[in-house]
Structures are given as C-alpha cells and as structure tokens.
Design a protein around this ligand. Sequence first.
Ligand SMILES: [Fe+2]
Ligand SMILES: [Fe+2]
Length: 158
Amino acid sequence: MKREQLITHLNWFYSLERNQVDLYTSQSSSFNKHYTGLVFERIAYIEQEHVDNLAHKIKELGANPSLLGDVLSPIIGSFAGKLISLTGLEEVLKINIMIEQKAMKDYKELINTLKKKEHAGSELIKLLEYNFIDENLHTEWFKSKLSQLQNIDSSLEH
Ligand SMILES: [Fe+2]
Ligand SMILES: [Fe+2]
C-alpha cells in the first residue's frame, strides 16, 4: 500500500476515534448516575488511547493527523439527526454497537490488506489489532447490556 493511501486510511480511523471520544464522553454525562455512565467514561478513555496511537503513527509517517469531517452520520444513518438528543439507553447502545462494528470491519480490512504485504508481526499491524480487540470488547459489553435491558422489557410485558 502506498504511503499516502495508508495515511488516508489512518486519518479515517483517527476521525472515527475522535468522534467516539466525544460521543461516549457526552453519553457518560447523560448516564452519570449509573454504572453504565462509568463504563462510557472508561470506554471514552480507551478511544482516546486509540486517537493518540493513530496520531503517533500518522506523524511517524511524516503527516499531520487530520479530521475528515462527520464520519459518524453515514454509519448510523437515520439515527444521525437525533444523536445528541437521544436519552434512551437501548437506542444509545444500538448506535454504539453500529459504530463499533463499523470500526471493527474497517480495522479488519486494513489489517488483512497489510498482512498480505507486510510481516504479520509488524508494529503497525499489532497496533491495529490491539485497537480492533478493544472495539470487540466494547461491542460485547454494549450487546450484553442491551440484551439485559431487552429481557427486562419483555419480562414486564407478561
Ligand atoms: Fe477505538
Ligand atoms: Fe470502541
């Protein structure tokens, strides 16, 4: 992969991760009386680590990390307009899952592309794999919380 092309990919992740930091930070204040709020805060911290490790890598390649604008709206589609005003935890979790899954899909694609060209053990691939693993863990937590809430909902219907 050409250097410019790689930088474009990394800037895309950099933008996505920055957006996630903002999103989860605002969610953590919306749910600050609950354990879930603390989880959002902790996940925002981990996304910030991704921002930092991507920025570091982009600089190593001789470029400046740059934001590519609104990268969340295309991922979450019809939810985009009400992103900030959402107060229901179930919808918030559904959106978060969509974003994390998109991040995982794109990380995986880039990892696979790089693995064809570089050593599997390269530092960049490892960094992307670690980020991928974090997104995987976030997704699983969001999913288990969502199914817990949905089970409560359906037990109330009977
Ligand atoms: Fe991330
Ligand atoms: Fe994540």
